[in-house]
Write a protein that binds this ligand. Sequence first.
Ligand SMILES: [Zn+2]
Length: 224
Amino acid sequence: MKNSIFIFFGAPGAGKGSLSKLCVNEFGWTQLSTGNLCRKHIEDQTEIGKKIDFDTKSGKLISDSLISEMVEDWLINGQDGHQLILDGYPRTLGQAEFLHDLLRNKLSHYDLKIIKLDVSEQILISRLVNRLVCSNKKCQAVYSSLENSSLIPKDIKLCDNCSSLLIKRNDDSEEVVRERLEIYNKNEKDLISFYNSLNINLIKLDVDKPINEVFEDFRKIVSP
Ligand SMILES: [Zn+2]
């Protein structure tokens, strides 16, 4: 199979993180998390890192062009021979256009595959307000306090992997969750019409089911 770059479209709580993690563990793919990459640049004090640090400290949003510069650097340097997953990118129309240019020019040896994670809003909200995350920054495992979830931890207070304390994120309250979904839906709409206008096919994946079943469906999509 030609090297592919996978983009997962899905609202917060749709399970992009869990699906990406399974692809990394089961298929040996490489995942880019823009959030982690930002932190790494800041830690390593790179030129990009210094700019990001400056923007965040002055209360500005990190600009599209800065994020794109960082993603380009990551994609071009040493990611050959892998299937790649972009997590959290592209998030805006400007980023999607940038990536499209990159794929036509410097990265023409990659195929772009867009997977759209389909889930009802009601399920999303209940997943998000019941989400628990590991407080260990190096681990960041995600759990659920929902009784029928496959992500329920063995001990409701502790991470299965590293035994750190599990916490609820402040932005996982129902009110904030509804706001985040609204913003997400608006951005996603722009991105989807962009890809539709280029006749790029979106592959739909039903994620209204346990993650292991979702992963089996996904496996059929990538290895028909
Ligand atoms: Zn942990």
